[in-house]
Design a protein around this ligand. Structure first.
Ligand code: DAH
Length: 338
């Protein structure tokens, strides 16, 4: 019996050491320690052994059982580790592949143009102000000297939100909001979204404007021209020519539109300027006294100038882009050029 136990021990340990995978190891466990296993049977048969021998035999058998169990456990851990390792190496990344470059974004062309324009005016002492996109008819029209029956309202193709509330058609209402909360002198530029029911190659229902307002004692038209020419020369280049044409706006008197020499042909005439040599880029004028009255300013004390420009149009002209819609289609092939 003693020899038999010893043989079992040796065989079992041998098989355990050579088990090449978990499954084989499990079979070995069943073979020796399972319910019908060789060692289990011996342990069961101990009752048949003579009482003098029973104790020593029992101890020996149990020791062997523990030795086998612990060998099984050790081998099991080895095999599991090996199998994990194999699995990992099957899924391992191919370190020879070229890396993926993280894409770095940048500001949208319209944001860049807004920042550049605001920067130029801030160099002349203008602060930046903003106002709400959803605006009352009072601020958008009435306070800008455009009463309900005024024909200029028709030109604005307004989006109505509800009675008395509109999507602002221009940034001019922010003039009034600023003046209501500030005593003169005032010098602000106002970038922001504006909305009109309009959609073709040069119009988008949502677009951007920058408004300008300067109010002080004895402000005159020459100062308006000086500020705008400085802007044009900084933004479009020193050689850009400027001209002012009389125009009409309800909130300025006198009013003008300002043209610059064509950014493509320099004034010779081409498709972009429709062979005029000039491109219109903004409206401007001296603040109408009626606007000052709405703001509660003393029209005997102060004068001022104002201007408003379409940011999108200016971006298109600067970069010779043929449709405003490129700006808002979010096609990275287009946007990444700027
Ligand atoms: N608000 C005008 C528009 O959207 C642009 C404009 C013209 C603004 C003359 C002004 C101005 O401040 O003085 O067409």
């Amino acid at each position: 019996m003693k020899e038999k136990l010893e043989t079992i021990r040796q065989q079992a340990l041998e098989e355990i050491t050579h088990a090449a995978e978990s499954e084989a190891l499990e079979q070995t466990r069943v073979k020796y320690l399972g319910r019908k296993g060789e060692l289990t049977q011996i342990l069961r048969g101990l009752s048949q052994v003579a009482p003098e021998e029973r104790k020593t035999m029992g101890q020996a058998a149990n020791e062997i059982k523990e030795a086998i169990a612990s060998a099984l456990e050790g081998r099991k851990r080895e095999l599991e580790a090996k199998e994990l390792e194999e699995q990992a190496s099957r899924n391992r990344a191919d370190l020879t592949l070229p890396g993926r470059r993280p894409r770095i974004g940048h500001k949208h062309l319209v944001s860049q143009v807004i920042e550049e324009i605001v920067d130029i005016f801030s160099g002349m002492g203008f602060q930046t102000a903003t106002g709400p996109d959803i605006e009352t008819e009072y601020y958008n029209f009435e306070s800008m000297n455009t009463p309900e029956d005024h024909p200029a309202r028709d030109l604005h193709d307004t989006f109505f939100v509800k009675d008395g509330v509109v999507l602002r058609t221009h940034t001019s209402p922010v003039q009034m909001r600023v003046m209501e909360s500030t005593n003169p002198p005032v010098a602000v530029v106002v970038p922001g979204r504006t909305f009109r029911v309009d959609n073709d190659a040069s119009h988008s229902p949502m677009f951007f404007q920058i408004e300008g307002l300067l109010v002080d004692k004895e402000v005159n038209f020459a100062e308006l021209k000086g500020a705008l020419m400085h802007f044009v020369h900084s933004f479009f280049g020193k050689d850009t020519a400027v001209r002012f044409r009389p125009h009409y706006f309800p909130f300025t008197e006198p009013s003008a539109e300002m043209d610059i020499s064509c950014t493509v042909c320099g004034g010779q005439g081409c498709r972009l300027c429709k062979h005029q040599g000039w491109l219109e880029i903004l409206g401007c004028g001296m603040v109408h006294p009626q606007v000052f009255r709405y703001a509660g300013y003393d029209v005997e004390e102060v004068t001022g100038f104002a201007f408003g420009m379409g940011v999108d149009r200016i971006a298109l002209l600067k970069h010779s882009i043929d449709s405003i819609h490129h700006l808002y289609e979010n096609d990275l092939r287009f946007l990444e050029q700027f």
